[in-house]
Write a protein that binds this ligand. Structure first.
Ligand code: SAM
Length: 125
């Protein structure tokens, strides 16, 4: 377990078979840069799973306490994985959130994507 900024976390020294980016990329302005760094540390047949706030609905105030950069549906994340084998791609819109005790009732929109890298994509992305 390491606690580092996602933008600069050292990803060398390991090759990752499975990468979970759950609820984190919407805190990153330059998502493609992070995705490229993660890709360099990923196995040729790695699976990546991403959940990111989407722009389909406004980010609730409770979640904008720090700068937040939701992605468009069909935006940076989906374009990045367009040549991968897509196992799941879902656009959740305005889904009620129940797991934040103390927050006012609110709803989120997400892009949810699970993709498998194949040997054909190891040269590009
Ligand atoms: C919605 S939570 C998701 C946490 C976890 N991925 C999960 O699935 O439960 C978002 C987390 O991202 C962290 N975070 C926000 N900006 C970050 C950054 N630039 N680098 C690393 N972590 C960040 C926050 O501190 C928070 O713990």
């Amino acid at each position: 377990m390491r606690n580092e900024p996602i933008e600069t976390a050292a990803l060398t020294g390991a090759t990752y078979d499975l990468v979970l980016m759950n609820g984190s990329l919407h805190y990153v302005r330059d998502k493609e840069s992070v995705l490229r760094r993660v890709l360099l540390a990923s196995a040729p047949d790695a699976v990546h799973a991403v959940t990111v706030f989407s722009t389909a609905t406004p980010v609730p105030a409770e979640h904008a306490a720090i700068p937040v950069f939701p992605d468009d549906e069909g935006g940076t994340v989906e374009r990045f994985y367009q040549s991968w084998r897509i196992l799941l791609c879902a656009h959740e819109r305005n889904r009620a959130e129940h797991s934040h005790p103390g927050f006012a009732p609110h709803a989120h929109s997400h892009v949810k994507l699970i993709a498998a890298r194949t040997l054909a994509q190891t040269e590009g992305h």
